[in-house]
Design a protein around this ligand. Sequence first.
Ligand code: ATP
Length: 301
Amino acid sequence: MTLPTKVARTIHTPEAQPATHTAPWSAPAVAGQTDKAVVELRNAELTFGDRVLWRDLDLTIREGEYFAVLGSNGTGKTSFLKVLLGLLPLTRGTVSVTGERPGVASRHVGYVPQQRGFSPRTPLRARDLVAQGIDGHQWGIRLRRRAVNERVDELLEKVGASDYANAPVGLLSGGEQQRLRIAQALATDPQVLLCDEALLSLDLNHQYIVSELVNQQRVDSGSAVVFVTHDINPIIDHVDRILYLAGGSFKIGTPDEVMRSEVLSELYGAKIEVLRSNGRIIVTGRPDNTHHISSQEGLIP
Ligand SMILES: Nc1ncnc2c1ncn2[C@@H]1O[C@H](COP(=O)(O)OP(=O)(O)OP(=O)(O)O)[C@@H](O)[C@H]1O
């Protein structure tokens, strides 16, 4: 998690305008997207002491947009989600989610946390976990019991988990548990779906299934997806834009704009090579020694 402290070196992109530019940049039209902004950061900065995670970050994420946050360990990906969840304040600038202060509009926000296995003795059935997204839960709303049960059944079916609805969560596989977390996050049909390494430790088949489920929510409901990941490959077909964080600097753009040798070399201040093979992206030569080899294929995000 330790990278040397660097002075923020912002590479200005259309989104990364100086604060004096007040007119927001309009993203190109992407199928399924509208112009409605659901996440807005202006002149945003997050620092811990003299450690700069990012500075001068101007960003608008729109309804229906699939937005990936990439970067090595400790570059601030999870902190970015925490800012959107209202769990971490910016040190400078402003942020809004669905037009409100982060945390206020929680029922419009779904959150899929990093995959952590449940203990086999967890006294919770699959359907109880999903129900937490609906009632008595900070991201949920209160509905009467029958309505809750019906909604849980609907969500279980949506993520293909009906068969193990009554199984104890601790006895389910990692992939099965992750489907349930997605069902829980979708419970309020959120306008913004935040996913933190939602594919980590899943096999390729489950990576595919989970990534399709997340994308389906965007297609069906126009939810914006903010997907934190070390590896863009499992979601590459869906991603509209990337925020790439590296040692206090960042770059925003489409995968074709950002995942290029010259762009990442400038961002890291070192020679980086970005290769494409069978529609997948391989990055070599990152200087921070925090490469994450994609589980089955030896690819570096
Ligand atoms: N509340 C905090 N106080 C001080 N430092 C913090 C705090 N939260 C995060 N950090 C530091 O900020 C940096 C970014 O952390 P963050 O978890 O956002 O990184 P990340 O990109 O998600 O990393 P990883 O890929 O390892 O999960 C780390 O060096 C971390 O130690």
